[in-house]
Design a protein around this ligand. Sequence first.
Ligand SMILES: Nc1ncnc2c1ncn2[C@@H]1O[C@H](COS(=O)(=O)NC(=O)[C@@H](N)CO)[C@@H](O)[C@H]1O
Length: 420
Amino acid sequence: MLDKRFIRDNPQAVRDAVAAKGIDLDVDELLQLDQENRKLQFEVDEAQAQRRSRSKQFAKADEARRAELRAEQEAFDRQLRDNRERLARTGARLAELMLATPNIPWSGAPVGPDESANVVLRTVGAPPSFDFDPLDHVELAERRGWAEFARARRVAGERAYALVGDLVLLERAIHSYALDLLRGREFTPISVPALVREEPLVGTGMLPKGREEIYEIPADDLFLAGTAEVALVGLHAGEILEAAALPVRYAGISASFRREIGSASRDVRGLLRVHQFEKVEQFVLCAADEAESARWHAELLATAERILTDLGLSYEVVECATGDMGVGKFRMNDINTWFPSLGRYRETHSCSTLHDWQARRANLRYRDADGTIHFAHTLNNTAVATPRLLAALLENHQTADAGIRVPEVLRPYLGGRELL
Ligand SMILES: Nc1ncnc2c1ncn2[C@@H]1O[C@H](COS(=O)(=O)NC(=O)[C@@H](N)CO)[C@@H](O)[C@H]1O
């Protein structure tokens, strides 16, 4: 959400962001409602002031004057009730439009309607070459008895999977390694709820738009979050942190749930796009300063690159276009990892700077040294998300007899084993 004053002072910048991100929002309707809302609020406040002065006159008036004042008051009360109703309606509509206002994308973002306009900034490492016909991750997992798909589908429907045996240990190893790396960078491990209320979803920007992607549990007014980012944004909502406590850095762990309505027929086979997956999330809540956010964006991105390099995976870093980054982002870089079975790089990480767009929605504030209160900045990036990253590991590190060479950084978590 943007600051109303910013929208009043920079309407064209907001219109440009709406166009560049393909958002369905009429900025002029918002400005007109804002004007009307302020006028109505003024009239309601005025009427209440006159009510108080009239009741003082009433106390001192004689009977005849009291009758006049009573008649006047009834007329004013009708007007006040009418204005209050109109104020409630314009206020609700204005609040709805405010939640739809897009963050202004940074000037270096390619302008385009979707990921096709993304720009590859750099490619690191090289795809592996095999002197045998490599298998895809499903064939590898089934050959080694490392996954159940058909039985899992009986339990949970399409896109369900079960990891079995060494693949479970490999998944745990990846998460433990990522957590240790983040702990070394002073990120506090925190396992957060995936069962969340509506407020943190609104605060993060996952609601109201995009509701169809989220599993709902109406009996309990709860939802299943699609990422630990939701609980992490909600954790300090409504608090006023001290500047000395910033930056808050979390390695958030939770299961993530997504209906994938928008991707109905894509990636139905295997581990690339599932309804329930595990993620370690890098999250930063920092001071409201562009340079500070830029610094953390670079660090979150570098950490994800370090993880992929340690795992021996080739990847490309992508500058996301305005139409791909989503309504709340100032900047988004995806990292795509090489998948031999696809013969291309495929997204495994997504690094975002949101400035105070989420903080304004979630009421995330801090008090700086001279006592001024600001909305904070928030950033997030994937550290590891499995099983998609598992699939990349299987495919890239497979041997001719469907073994998996274990990346060195994971061996300590697997009892020193070098081959699965
Ligand atoms: N349906 C899914 N199945 C498997 N993995 C997924 C799915 N959706 C997302 N992921 C993984 O989770 C990563 C982060 O998802 S994201 O929506 O791009 N970004 C976020 O959730 C941010 N909070 C940063 O993690 C993706 O890059 C991908 O690796």
